[in-house]
Design a protein around this ligand. Structure first.
Ligand code: ZN
Length: 548
């Protein structure tokens, strides 16, 4: 045997490693609720003899007059006239400059007008006048956050949690702290002024394959949902168009009538339990396979999730646009509050739209050369089952733990974690799929340890879970080849013959040319050794190989 033949007869340790496909859960941390912050639960000042009372405390006549102006201002703000509301709040402060309520109301109106720095100053002043007001501290935190002053916001939300752990907004504050705590290091570093690809997408881009564009989207009928308005459907269309326009022709959507036909399923919901964190207005559940997006489910709530933040057409459009950005593969967030893909809505949300940076980030995602898209042909339908949606938070946790085990190359542990997950959620499509991936890798470990029967059984188990898995099919072909080769080396030609024959059949099905040539050559050799010269010659001619 010459050196070339030696090379060709190497055992194949075929690296068809499969990554877990994490169900990515993305939520839009809902902006901040300021409008009602101190009107809710607060009685109007009442006149009692010569004393004005408010919240059980005596206030001056000027302060009472100011409080009435504040009330008007807040109503104006709710009606959507931000500039008039600001004027009324300014009058209220002019009447009683050291009155906590007026100063706080001015802060609210300033924040809603985009005057973040002024608003922050007003909230700080309000807190100096009355340090024990959760609403002012909440508003300060939220304004800091939505204007991109992340480090200060984090400190402020932490103070809020420490002082008011039982407040109705505590869970929302906790979500902010978690979110900002994990993103904080990148938020403070200077970033690329052109796009935020590195921050939001980074080293593991996922996107829709060309053959899935135009992207099929199913939109549920929201008319039976509480809070839903007919105009919301038009706002969703505006959101779709905004991304199409921003993409310069790279992205197109097409609406389909049946959920089963869709790549993106868009659901209107009036049940806060339909999203993983009820403090958020919407969420996107992404199902990537390799670098490809296979399925996305978006849920947008039609009801107010915060007593101070009232849904309207504009907010719906912004929430839809943000979630659609995730659905297109912008899986993370922009570090800048000027982009639609920032992690929360700014207070002065009226100014927000798909920015140049949003557009450039999207176009970069759809222009870069993805070295390989290993699952391009997979059937995208049905990868998010009802169970995946209902149990998304738990599924994400299980998948993360399994991913950690996979990254540590502990495929046995990953398999066990996912098997437990499948036992708990037998209807979860994504867990089953990931279990298949873990089994595939476990099988490879067995194959590399020359435990061929165990490897074959493991790959077959993986294939049952993922009938579309090319990796499992390639690995099955490879293990048959290796079994044949092992027998050839031990001069057990009659044992080698059926394994190599199987390897050839599998390779032909897969059009796996590289292994086909090797298997055919070994097979011809085995036939020669078994005295079946005519059959050997046929194989040599058919596959253009020579027996060794
Ligand atoms: Zn988001």
């Amino acid at each position: 045997m010459n050196k070339r033949q030696m090379n060709r007869r190497k055992m194949i340790r075929h690296p068809h490693l499969t990554n877990l496909n994490i169900v990515i859960l993305l939520t839009l941390a809902f902006g901040v609720a300021l409008i009602d912050t101190f009107m809710v639960g607060t009685q109007s000042p009442c006149l009692a003899a010569d004393t004005f009372m408010m919240d059980g405390k005596a206030i001056s006549a000027k302060e009472a007059q100011s409080a009435n102006l504040v009330k008007e201002s807040m109503q104006t703000l709710e009606g959507g006239n931000v500039q008039n509301a600001l004027k009324q709040a300014q009058e209220a402060v002019a009447l009683a400059p050291e009155f906590y309520y007026s100063v706080c109301a001015l802060g609210v109106c300033q924040a809603r007008s985009g005057m973040s720095d002024d608003a922050i100053a007003s909230f700080r002043k309000a807190l100096s006048l009355n340090p024990n007001q959760p609403d002012a501290l909440w508003s300060l935190s939220a304004t800091l956050q939505s204007s991109g002053r992340t480090a200060e916001a984090l400190a402020s939300f932490k103070e809020f949690l420490a002082k008011y752990p039982a407040n109705a907004r505590a869970s929302q504050a906790r979500a902010f702290v978690d979110l900002m705590g994990s993103n904080h290091s990148q938020a403070v570093t200077s970033h690329n002024p052109e796009d935020y690809f590195d921050e939001a997408i980074g080293n593991n881009p996922v996107r829709w394959n060309k053959e899935n564009i135009p992207i099929k989207i199913f939109i549920s009928d929201g008319s039976s949902k509480r809070g839903y308005k007919q105009s919301y459907a038009a706002e969703l269309q505006n959101a779709l168009k905004a991304w199409e326009d921003a993409s310069n022709g790279l992205i197109k959507f097409v609406q389909v009538d049946k959920q089963e036909q869709a790549s993106i399923v868009f659901l209107w919901s009036d049940n806060p339990k339909d999203v993983s964190n009820p403090a958020e207005g919407g969420e996107a559940l992404l199902r990537p396979l390799g670098n490809s997006l296979a399925a996305v489910r978006i849920t947008v709530l039609t009801i107010d999730i915060d007593q101070g933040m009232h849904l309207n057409d504009q907010l719906i459009r912004l929430i839809c646009t943000h979630e659609l950005g995730h659905a297109l593969g912008i899986a993370g967030h922009s570090p800048s509050p000027n982009d639609i893909m920032y992690s929360s809505l700014p207070l002065d949300y009226e100014r927000l739209k798909v920015s140049q940076r949003d557009a450039k980030t999207l176009r970069k995602l759809y222009s870069i050369d993805l070295a390989s898209v290993p699952h391009a042909s997979i059937n995208a339908q049905g990868l998010l089952s009802a169970s995946d949606i209902a149990n998304s938070s738990d599924l994400v946790t299980i998948t993360r733990q399994a991913t950690d085990a996979m990254n540590a190359k502990d495929y046995d542990k990953a398999t066990v974690l996912l098997q437990e997950g499948v036992a708990k959620y037998p209807d979860s499509v994504s867990l089953k799929h990931n279990l298949g991936a873990a089994l595939n890798n476990k099988g490879l470990m067995a194959m590399n340890a020359r435990q061929f029967s165990k490897a074959l059984a493991t790959f077959q188990e993986a294939l049952v879970l993922n009938p579309d898995s090319n990796a499992a099919k390639h690995n099955i072909a490879t293990v048959h080849y290796n079994m044949g080769l092992n027998s050839m080396r031990a001069a057990k030609f009659s044992e080698a013959e059926p394994e190599l024959k199987l390897a050839i059949e599998k390779c032909e099905e897969l059009n796996f040319q590289e292994l086909l040539t090797k298997a055919a050559s070994e097979y011809a050799t085995a036939l020669e050794k078994l005295g079946k010269s005519a059959a050997a010659k046929q194989i040599e001619a058919k596959y253009k190989v020579t027996a060794d």
